[in-house]
Design a protein around this ligand. Structure first.
Ligand SMILES: Cc1ncc(C[n+]2csc(CCOP(=O)(O)OP(=O)(O)O)c2C)c(N)n1
Length: 663
């Protein structure tokens, strides 16, 4: 018996359309039933069930056009099946095999595919929402008149990402359908312990956004309403928040069970089963007979079995070390641009501004985003005048929400655009840490998707700005495979390396020392040019000692050497930390036999420690003294001038250098 609360309004749907809906909602259910058997037999690993929620994934997917992106979650098998991904590829994905989508590198639904315009989640749930914004922004900028749909559970709405993403989508009027599947529980947490409002849809009011509540177990309602919204959003781009009321019929993942769910609640929702009720309805209406249904099911089950057979027969992946290492970064063919003869004596800050401006001229698909960067020109005035030259679409002021803007950068990259995201101060990257280290860094390795984003990081101390406006936090990122880290010390390098960072399709953290902005000047070519990553600059040559350094510490080392002209040192300015020019380091140390590594970051876990270990491992026989590291002391960076002076390694460098020479 179909409960009275479910009313199938089929006004605008003919039998063919209804049967299509039925076949699509049935498929994920039949696959899941098979998966549960295989799980019990130990033939597949973890499983997050979407049983009882299929109508949402299927209805939304059918309401969108095939070239519109969908960003599903862990219970949305129906998105993948409705986009007609060959089942053996899904099965291989779940078994960690090569016919899947991640070469065995990620599990379950954690993958994307450009072919099917699906962008799967990362485990952290919320980042999806911001990535959808980026895709929708690209569609708006290119005037594609497309909608992007993104899913979250009600648990995920408690994450900051949800708030940030909805806010930005609304401020920028992005055509994103935010689909909340309110299924009663987030793992074991009931909605009453997750949020206090009655309906999550009501949250939209606070963002100035339209929202609707839809019965998540009624496929007709979902399909027809979402189709209408999508059609309207294509004409009139704006975000819409949809709350689908539904229920999670099985455990969070299969092994965990549903003991904590009251029986009456479960019974209530069993009666609202979206597949069984729709099937009964089609039978009652005479659209399908029992034998039609049996036939459809038989065909689907044999398709599932055939494809399972293919996946089970597929050989497990053979580890290939070289391939694994190679696939952390997207290939990038560095193209050298001829450096012109005309130069100008400009400051570090001007070089960055010029480099950024010229890259904006080079790449029509490059968007820059950051706080106060448009009319105001950024807090350091690096983007002053950009708005007038490039317009508001490409020079975007953002609300204060580092996380979702970095996610939007990821979304732009998925939609084949480039972005530069400006951190107002590099310290604030901590508010956007998750998408950098988990989304951007791992995207190419996981499913071959470029994360074509540069994050500009005004950093560094010596400016009396205290613990939260002075850090140099490159080591947070050099540790993470998949990121490139650039840290120039001179205007010439800053300009050329920024151009390369923007050309490189990998995620790049571009550190700019604020203390150098207005103190360091150099003759810099006026034209657009590039400089290669992974090539240190040998600033001075001498056979007594190798000074290995980068950023502001380069200048401190040069000052110390200027004061001691009798010390003959190789001075190596690393310029990029990832990739690192190991050859330059080893060649120099093998020549001098002594190495001192200096950086502004604190000592423990700083990159000097790794360089020191590399020297030990590769140049031990050549060393005449232990490798010396000189860095900031192990405290947060203090505000008062005299405390900051004590914190920074500048004054300790010369003494350490001399001591090492006498070893
Ligand atoms: C940032 C983060 N915290 C915790 C988890 C662990 N976790 C995975 S799914 C989940 C529950 C999610 O609930 P909800 O968003 O309602 O989705 P549902 O599983 O109910 O579909 C939790 C706590 C996680 N994956 N990421």
């Amino acid at each position: 018996m179909i409960p009275e609360t479910i009313i199938y309004n089929t006004e605008n749907l003919n039998s063919e359309a209804l049967i299509l809906l039925y076949k699509n909602i049935l498929k994920p259910r039949l696959i899941e039933e098979k998966m549960l058997i295989l799980l019990r037999q130990g033939k597949i690993s973890k499983w997050f069930s979407g049983i009882g929620q299929e109508a949402i994934a299927v209805g939304v997917t059918l309401a969108l056009l095939n070239d519109e992106y969908i960003l599903p979650m862990h219970r949305n098998l129906g998105v993948f099946t409705t986009r007609n991904i060959p089942l053996y590829r899904l099965f291989s994905q779940w078994q960690g095999k090569a016919n899947g989508f991640t070469n065995g590198r990620d599990r379950s639904f954690h993958f994307g595919t450009q072919e099917y315009k699906i962008v799967g989640m990362i485990s952290h749930l919320g980042p999806q929402l911001g990535v959808a914004n980026g895709i929708a922004l690209a569609s708006k900028l290119k005037n594609l008149k497309q909608v992007t749909a993104v899913f979250t559970g009600e648990g995920g709405t408690s994450e900051g990402d949800f708030h940030e993403a909805l806010n930005v989508a609304s401020v920028w009027q992005l055509p994103v359908l935010f689909c909340i599947e309110n299924n009663g529980y987030g793992l074991s947490t009931p909605t009453s312990e997750q949020f206090r409002c009655e309906h999550l849809a009501d949250k939209a009011i606070g963002y100035g956004m339209e929202s609707h509540i839809i019965d998540g177990n009624n496929i007709i309602d979902i399909y027809t309403k979402v189709s209408e919204f999508a059609e309207d959003m294509r004409k009139n781009p704006r975000p819409i928040l949809l709350e689908f009321k539904t229920f999670r019929m099985r455990g969070h993942e299969e092994a965990s069970g549903t003991k904590y769910v009251p029986k009456s609640l479960m019974d209530f929702w069993v009666a609202k089963d979206p597949v069984m009720n729709f099937q009964s309805f089609l039978k009652e209406e005479g659209i399908l007979t029992e034998s039609d249904i049996v036939l459809i099911k038989e065909q689907m089950v044999s398709e599932i079995n055939e494809h399972l057979e293919i996946a089970f027969k597929e050989e497990p992946i053979k580890p290939d070390l070289e391939k694994e290492l190679k696939d952390v970064y997207a290939p990038f063919k560095y193209i050298e641009v001829e450096i012109g003869n005309e130069t100008q004596d400009i400051r570090f800050i001007d070089a960055i501004s010029q480099g950024l401006r010229q890259s904006m001229e080079q790449h029509a698909d490059l968007v820059i985003m950051g706080q106060d960067i448009a009319e105001y020109g950024g807090v350091f005035k690096i983007t002053e005048g950009f708005l007038e030259q490039f317009g508001k679409d490409r020079v975007r002021n953002t609300p204060i929400c580092e996380s979702t803007i970095i996610e939007a950068g990821m979304g732009l990259s998925i939609a084949d655009m480039k972005s530069v995201v400006e951190m107002q101060f590099s310290d604030f990257i901590s508010s956007g840490f998750n998408p950098v280290v988990n989304y951007l860094a791992k995207s190419y390795y996981r499913w071959g998707q470029l994360a074509n984003v540069v994050i500009r990081m005004p950093c560094g101390g010596g400016v009396g700005a205290g613990p939260f406006h002075s850090q140099t936090n490159e080591a947070w990122f050099t540790k993470t495979p998949g990121l490139k880290v650039v840290y120039p010390a001179f205007p010439y390098d800053a300009k050329g390396l920024l151009a390369t960072a923007i050309n490189d399709p990998n995620p790049v953290l571009f550190f700019e020392h604020k203390g150098l902005y207005r103190t360091i000047k150099q003759d810099v070519p006026t034209n657009y040019y590039t400089l290669p990553f992974g090539k240190a600059a040998i600033l001075r040559e001498g056979k007594a000692i190798s000074v290995i350094t980068y950023g502001a510490a380069v200048h401190w080392a040069l000052e110390a050497l200027d004061d001691n002209p009798d010390i003959l040192a190789d001075v190596i300015d690393l310029r990029t930390l990832q990739p690192l020019d190991k050859e330059a380091i080893f060649t120099s140390v093998k020549k001098t036999g002594k190495a001192i590594i200096s950086h502004e970051d604190t000592l423990f876990g700083g990159i000097a420690s790794d360089i020191s270990a590399m020297i030990m491992e590769n140049c031990f026989e050549y060393l005449d003294a232990p490798v010396k590291r000189v860095a900031s002391i192990e405290t947060p960076i203090p505000f008062a001038t005299q405390l900051e002076k004590q914190y920074l390694p500048k004054d300790r460098f010369e003494e350490a250098l001399k001591l090492l020479l006498t070893y």
